[in-house]
Ligand binder design. Structure first.
Ligand SMILES: [Zn+2]
Length: 216
C-alpha cells in the first residue's frame, strides 16, 4: 500500500465517538495516534485532540530509529522492541467489519497500551486512528447497548472485567481472530450436506418404538 496521509473517518465509525482521527499533512499518523493513546495531552486540551500540532512536542518520547513513516504493520514489532513501555495493537477496518491484525501477548502489560484503527481509501493509502474506547467501537458490531470489556485478541465483549481477564489467558495463546456471527435467514441453519463423506455400513435397522405400547 502507498503512503498514508490524512483520510477522513468513515461516517459509521465517527458516529460511535470512539476514536480520534488526527489531522496532519505529514506521514506521522502512527506517532500522533500512539501519543494520543498515551494521553500525553491533558484533558483540558480535549478540544484539540485531533490536531497534529498538539502532539508534535512529544514525538521525541517515541524511539522510531530505523522505522519508516508511515509505519507499516510489519514494523510495529520493532517499534515495541525499541519502546519497552508501550504496547500497540492494531485493528483494521475492512469496510464492514473491524478485525484485529496486530496483537502481541504482552498487550496490556506495559505502562502504556494503545489501540489503533487502520483505515484505507480507494487509492490504497493507509492511515492510523487512535481508539479511545474499545467498548464503543465494537458495541454496534456485537449489538450490545452496555459498556463492555473487549478482548483485544478476538473482539469478544464481556460484561465484567474479571470475565475478560479469565478469557484472555487462553485467548492470547492463539493468533488474533474475529468471530463472525451468522446472518438471520441467510446462514443461520447448519445442515449436514457432505453425504458422500459418510462411511458405508453393512446393514441398517429402523425401530419404531410405538409398537411396544401396550393396549389400553
Ligand atoms: Zn478473546
Amino acid at each position: 500500500m502507498a503512503v498514508g496521509t490524512f483520510i477522513p473517518t468513515p461516517k459509521h465509525i465517527a458516529i460511535k465517538k470512539a476514536i480520534v482521527n488526527i489531522h496532519s499533512s505529514d506521514n506521522y499518523c502512527f506517532q500522533y495516534s500512539v501519543l494520543a493513546g498515551m494521553n500525553v495531552v491533558s484533558i483540558n486540551s480535549n478540544c484539540h485532540k485531533d490536531q497534529a500540532g498538539v502532539y508534535k512536542p512529544f514525538v521525541h518520547l517515541l524511539n522510531i530509529d530505523g522505522i519508516q513513516s508511515p509505519v507499516p504493520i510489519s514494523s510495529i514489532g520493532k517499534f515495541e522492541s525499541q519502546n519497552p513501555d508501550i504496547s500497540v495493537n492494531v485493528f483494521y477496518h475492512d469496510g464492514d467489519q473491524i478485525v484485529p491484525i496486530h496483537t502481541l501477548t504482552f498487550t496490556d502489560r506495559r505502562k502504556h497500551h494503545v489501540t489503533l484503527l487502520m483505515i484505507t481509501d480507494n487509492h490504497e493509502r493507509f492511515h492510523y486512528l487512535s481508539v479511545q474506547s474499545m467498548s464503543r467501537l465494537v458495541a454496534s458490531q456485537v449489538k450490545s447497548k452496555y459498556k463492555c470489556y473487549v478482548c483485544h485478541y478476538c473482539l469478544y465483549p464481556f460484561r465484567k472485567e474479571d470475565q475478560l481477564k479469565q478469557h484472555t489467558i487462553m485467548c492470547q495463546q492463539h493468533q488474533s481472530q474475529q468471530i463472525i456471527y451468522p446472518t438471520p435467514g441467510k446462514d443461520d441453519v447448519l445442515k449436514f450436506t457432505k453425504i458422500h463423506y459418510q462411511f458405508p455400513v453393512p446393514f441398517v435397522i429402523y425401530a419404531d418404538f410405538e409398537c411396544f405400547l401396550g393396549e389400553e
